[in-house]
Design a binder for this molecule. Sequence first.
Ligand SMILES: CC(C)(COP(=O)(O)OP(=O)(O)OC[C@H]1O[C@@H](n2cnc3c(N)ncnc32)[C@H](O)[C@@H]1OP(=O)(O)O)[C@@H](O)C(=O)NCCC(=O)NCCS
Length: 259
Amino acid sequence: MRHLDMSPYRPFREMGRSCRTRLIQDKVVRWARPEPRDSRDGRFVVRPLAQADVDAAAQLWRLSYPEIYGSPHNFMLFPEEYQARMALAETWEEDAVTKPCCMLVIQEKATGRLAAASLMTKFDANLQIEWTFAGTHPDYRQLGLMGLLGDTMEWVSRASGAEYLTTFLETWHTITQAETLKKAGGWRLAGIFPGNFTRWTKDQQEYRACEVHMYRFINDGGKYATKPEEWHLHPDLQKLWEALEAFNRGIGGPEAEER
Ligand SMILES: CC(C)(COP(=O)(O)OP(=O)(O)OC[C@H]1O[C@@H](n2cnc3c(N)ncnc32)[C@H](O)[C@@H]1OP(=O)(O)O)[C@@H](O)C(=O)NCCC(=O)NCCS
């Protein structure tokens, strides 16, 4: 990062008294490379995207998540857009730092077909990873593939040095909402963003979809986050925060604490 002598400047309000602070220096999320891992029945393997997968991966996203057409994630539908953005198995060492996205794929071993995939996006200076998307090919749904992807995304996130995770759930997708609320695994509700992302509907039409946003601290990230007692919330927003906290205690229980 470019450094600046900040001594002549003053913050609007001195914050960070209820949490740890640290020296600002270069921050990097380095994609940790997961070892290929078989599904419990041995039929599938989960592994990082390789150059040879990009055509099949783009096709998988067209079939499993066509709603992203025309959105900021349109690039996922076009194989020629992958090299610039995705960490690839063949060039992992370099890509782990320079590429903003990490895609994991699940392959059916007998046929070589890609059955499911996920995409994570990193924000180095914020030590953040967004769990951006997960999709399973319609022929392979309800075989537990999301669980396999989720466990691997969890491992990559922790081993990559991120301390703040975010994700969003589609409001048209009741299954992921029900699953996330059933076993939140530390995720907390942040808010509901009406009209957040453009989404394809059919033919060449789009609309703006509402998304449910969630967040989680890992790797001690929560220790650097200001606590509510230090915030200056408008009384009406304070009420909203208390309702959110009550909701999050309900879905997470002890799991809602940082793990
Ligand atoms: C959501 C999606 C990724 C689930 O993938 P999957 O590989 O079928 O999921 P899994 O088989 O691992 O199932 C995960 C859990 O969801 C449940 N589930 C999945 N599909 C379900 C369905 N149609 N009805 C009810 N429950 C369902 C499973 O029972 C499982 O629960 P369990 O862990 O308690 O057994 C898949 O349906 C999909 O690709 N949808 C379109 C893209 C999308 O909407 N992505 C997520 C947007 S937020």
